[in-house]
Design a protein around this ligand. Structure first.
Ligand code: GRF
Length: 193
């Protein structure tokens, strides 16, 4: 079994999709740990509800990104985590941290990368007037939203869309895509070990 930590900062609807998918008996990954950098978020409630170990590492308690990430790294190691899934995790990870987890960090992003990196990507898509958008799961590398793409799903951008309607349409696809990609990656990792 591939032991997975999910890193969150907010609502955790993608976390929920991963938790639900991992209940399938043949699913090759176990959601073993949930870490939030923000206290009191809904994602932590979801973890509690599913009886998954969960904790807060509040970045505001640290003087530097490196100090925050040192604790994050030690916590992941202590829980014998194989793979990290970022799911609405709103901290940028440094190159130093990423180098310690090569091809072991996945992220989900609500655009068809390489289009629209960074924040407010649905607004970026609307401003650009594109006819389709979607979501991407990719490996995390040092560059922001830049790592190799592992999977994508598309949605149309409809006349009269706003950030809310487009975000909701994309989010529905995220909940399908992330569990699918995690299944593939975990299966590949398992067959190597
Ligand atoms: C998702 O749109 C994800 O792609 C982005 O942040 C949002 C998180 O939503 N990185 P949730 O916390 O999984 O509900």
């Amino acid at each position: 079994m591939v032991e997975v930590a999910v890193l969150v900062s907010g609502s955790g609807s993608n976390l929920q999709a991963l938790i639900d998918a991992a209940k399938a008996p043949d699913y090759p990954a176990n959601i073993a740990l949930v870490i939030s950098n923000r206290p009191g978020v809904k994602a932590l409630e979801r973890a509690a509800q599913a009886d998954i170990p969960h904790l807060v590492i509040d970045h505001k308690a640290f003087d530097s990104r490196e100090a925050f990430e040192a604790v994050l790294h030690d916590t992941l190691r202590a829980h014998e985590i194989d793979l990290i899934c970022l799911a609405g995790f709103m901290r940028v990870l440094t190159g130093g941290f990423v180098a310690k987890w090569p091809k072991r960090i996945l992220n989900i992003h609500p655009s068809l990368l390489p289009a629209f990196k960074g924040l407010h990507v649905q607004q970026q898509a609307l401003d650009a007037g594109v006819e389709k958008s979607g979501c991407t799961v990719h490996y995390v590398t040092e560059g922001l939203d830049d790592g190799p793409v592992l999977g994508q799903r598309q949605v149309p951008v409809l006349e009269g869309d706003n950030v809310e309607t487009l975000s909701a349409r994309i989010l529905r696809e995220e909940h399908i895509l992330y569990p699918q990609v995690l299944r593939e990656i975990a299966k590949a990792l398992k067959s190597r070990s």
